[in-house]
Design a protein around this ligand. Structure first.
Ligand SMILES: [Zn+2]
Length: 134
């Protein structure tokens, strides 16, 4: 198993209310020249959790920290004009907490972060440190 010390949260940077699936992200990331979807988990608008890249494989979601992290992405993250916005639905919020808890059980030494802690980006469009204070 890989040594995991970070769980990093993302948004798909797609507009509020627009429904996208693992297959869509897989297509976008392949178009970037990657091996396929870079996230390990994706949380849909309906709160369901879907597997992307296998957890045992190194993801492609955060420069410099991929080898020791798990990438989780919720669908949404920008408003109709494309500006950063916390668009999470109530069920997405619940699913995110549940998934992070599950991952924390599996990787007790892992800390929770937003992509914006490692890059000059708005992603995931909410304050991870505030919500997942450790
Ligand atoms: Zn991100």
């Amino acid at each position: 198993m890989r040594k995991i010390d970070k769980i990093i949260l993302h948004c798909s940077a797609t507009k509020e209310g627009q429904d996208f699936k693992v297959a869509d992200i897989d297509k976008w990331h392949k178009a970037q020249g990657w091996a396929g979807i870079g996230y390990h988990y994706v949380i849909y608008l309906d709160g369901t959790i879907h597997e992307g890249r296998n957890e045992n494989e190194i993801g492609a979601h955060v420069q410099g920290h991929n080898s020791n992290s798990i990438g989780v992405c919720y669908i949404g993250g920008v408003d109709a004009k494309g500006n950063p916005k916390d668009t999470r639905t109530d069920v997405q919020k619940v699913a995110l907490i549940a998934l992070v808890e599950e991952l924390k059980e599996k990787y007790p030494n892992a800390t929770i972060h937003g992509h914006n802690e490692f890059a000059a980006k708005a992603c995931p469009s909410f304050d991870v440190r505030k919500e997942f204070r450790q």
